[in-house]
Design a protein around this ligand. Structure first.
Ligand code: PEP
Ligand code: MN
Length: 337
């Protein structure tokens, strides 16, 4: 930690700061400048109590951490890219993965038609929500366990591994029984007890970015997964809330190089929630692939106009097949297969 004192601090006030730094187990190193005295507190911030409290002392101007607060998700902890093995598929490796399927599982027919179509088009995982986080309590809340059973049936027929949302701690065991990847939604991205429960199932976790989450907060939420002995974490950017109303959210593609720089964990882009409009999905996907994303999460529905959730942003089966064709040269140009 670096502690900057206010200008012209009395000797006794400086001594009090030094005493507190030592009391908390750090070794102070004093640097006297023209206007300010700066103290470097030497010690491991992970094993000592934080010195951030000093920021509230009247003689202290600011306190700055030197070490990053996210440890296990950081590149420093693991310099090479992590790959996650999901039922034999690698996420984060050379192969580019596409997770596609409906926003919500609605019926056996709807799910199976979609699953076979996305598989034919080249998707490698099947998405579908059985527990849905809806803004209004009067909207369709998902089929629950019945939806999970349908997902299992679709996996059996197509061989596609399943990604589905875990909405509540109470369902962690149940959802983990069916899912190959647990999705933590934007509304729960900082539900820390849920993150711990998800980690403890041992299933790979896809952590969406919270609606108004700063990247550091997102990394720290991811830290909860790794700190609970689950190394299989992927981040998923799905747009954040801004002043813009043209799109549902503002898809922040800058998170791709930022997460790649800060973390070894794979980054997935969800252009469907990101734009909220099916007509923008193709362009967003091309951008995401070119920028180095490891996978896409895309909503596809046999009849988006009659979807029970997120109709405006779901692609048709034909639209998705065209997208997969159009993406091929981009995937190759990005050095992926
Ligand atoms: C979804 O994937 O359908 C979903 C609800 O996602 P998010 O949590 O990003 O809104
Ligand atoms: Mn959705």
């Amino acid at each position: 930690m670096i502690i900057v004192l206010k200008p012209k601090v009395a000797k006794k006030d400086e001594a009090a700061v030094l005493k507190e730094i030592k009391r908390l187990g750090y070794r102070p190193h004093i640097m006297r400048g023209v206007a300010h005295t700066v103290i470097g507190a030497i010690g491991d911030e992970r094993t000592h109590r934080t010195l951030e409290v000093l920021a509230s002392w009247p003689q202290v101007e600011s306190v700055m951490p030197v070490q990053k607060r996210h440890k296990l998700v950081s590149r420093e902890a693991h310099p090479t890219d992590s790959t996650i093995n999901v039922a034999g598929l690698l996420i984060g490796g050379k192969k580019f993965q596409v997770m596609a399927g409906p926003c919500s599982v609605e019926s056996e027919k709807q799910l199976l038609i979609t699953a076979h179509a996305v598989k034919r088009a080249g998707a490698t995982l099947l998405r579908g929500g059985a527990f849905k986080p809806r803004t209004s309590p009067y909207e369709f809340q998902g089929l629950g366990q019945k939806g999970l059973k349908l997902l299992a049936k679709a996996r059996k027929e197509t061989g596609l591994p399943i990604i589905t949302e875990l909405l509540s701690e109470q369902h962690a065991g149940l959802v983990a029984e069916y899912a190959d990847i647990l999705q933590i939604g934007t509304r729960n991205a900082q539900n820390f007890q849920l993150l711990i429960a998800a980690a403890k199932t041992g299933r790979p976790v896809l952590l969406k970015r919270g609606l108004s989450m700063k990247i550091e907060e997102w990394l720290l939420a991811g830290e909860y997964i790794l700190a609970n002995e689950n190394p299989n974490l992927m981040f998923c950017e799905r747009g954040v809330r801004t002043f813009e109303t043209y799109t549902r959210n503002t898809l922040d593609l800058s998170t791709i190089p930022i997460i790649k720089k800060e973390s070894h964990c794979p980054i997935v882009i969800d252009p469907s929630q990101g734009a909220g409009r099916a007509d923008l999905v193709v362009a967003m996907c091309k951008g995401a692939v070119a920028m180095g994303a490891d996978a896409l999460l895309i909503e596809v529905h046999p009849n988006p106009a009659e979807a029970w959730s997120d109709g405006a942003q779901q692609m048709t089966l034909e639209g998705f097949a065209r997208l997969m064709d159009e993406l091929k040269p981009f995937i190759g140009a990005a050095g992926r297969e």
